[in-house]
Write a protein that binds this ligand. Sequence first.
Ligand SMILES: C[S@@+](CC[C@H](N)C(=O)[O-])C[C@H]1O[C@@H](n2cnc3c(N)ncnc32)[C@H](O)[C@@H]1O
Length: 256
Amino acid sequence: MTRRRLPGRHRPPEHPLPTGEDKTALVRSMFDTIAPRYDLVNRVMTFGLDVRWRRRACRALGLPAGSRVLDVACGTGDFLRELRRQGMAPVGVDLSWGMLAANTSGEPLVQADATQLPVASGSVAGVTCGYALRNLTDLGSVLAELARVLAPGGRISLLEVSEPTWAPLRLGHRLWFTRAVPLIGAVLSDAEAYRYLPRSVAYLPDEGTLRSLLVSVGFSGVNRRSLLGGASQLVTATRSGTGTSRASTPGAGTGP
Ligand SMILES: C[S@@+](CC[C@H](N)C(=O)[O-])C[C@H]1O[C@@H](n2cnc3c(N)ncnc32)[C@H](O)[C@@H]1O
């Protein structure tokens, strides 16, 4: 397998972290580059726990079988496979053509930016999003877009990295994430990308800010769970409002 380097103009600068269109271009180019070995690096750097966390995130939707679920920033398709295993009818959306090309889930896929989902309003029963919040350029707009596409009573399940609160665990986690992960990434995939990924955690809003953002765009019952002492976080919420969810009827709410 040949390893492509990031094009010079998209090379992640050491400092500061990019914003706006520069960030979107960098993220897109970076995931195009690392797509072929993304799954392998993921398994190694989480000791395979990412599989278990995605399973938990899908269950946390609490939706009936046949529900139409949109996996935003679906990447190589791990969420799509798990959603199907749990009886859902998933559709994947991602910005990166490279990640979509490496997606072997067999589920319907759409290339789009999460800020402008090509999905009818109120047409899906659930949305999952794994390890992508920190990669988004405009988190508020994306959360508002998730609220738009969900039927009233629809559910979101967002999985993201986090930092353990217990100091010794936090130190170990930090060393692993900032030293070991870039090394593993350099050996198995692309050094620059896996140096950037730990730094991108700085984009994540704190718990209170994320909760306020979700409430402001129309979610209620926001719940945050720490996984493995805080190494990951799972945030769930319900789309406010009432009405019969067409999206939870098997075969209906076909989305994009
Ligand atoms: C760390 S990967 C996560 C992939 C997958 N969800 C998983 O759990 O393994 C982040 C993904 O977010 C996608 N992404 C980043 N910004 C995006 C955007 N604005 N719209 C859609 N997808 C985006 C990237 O292309 C990449 O596939």
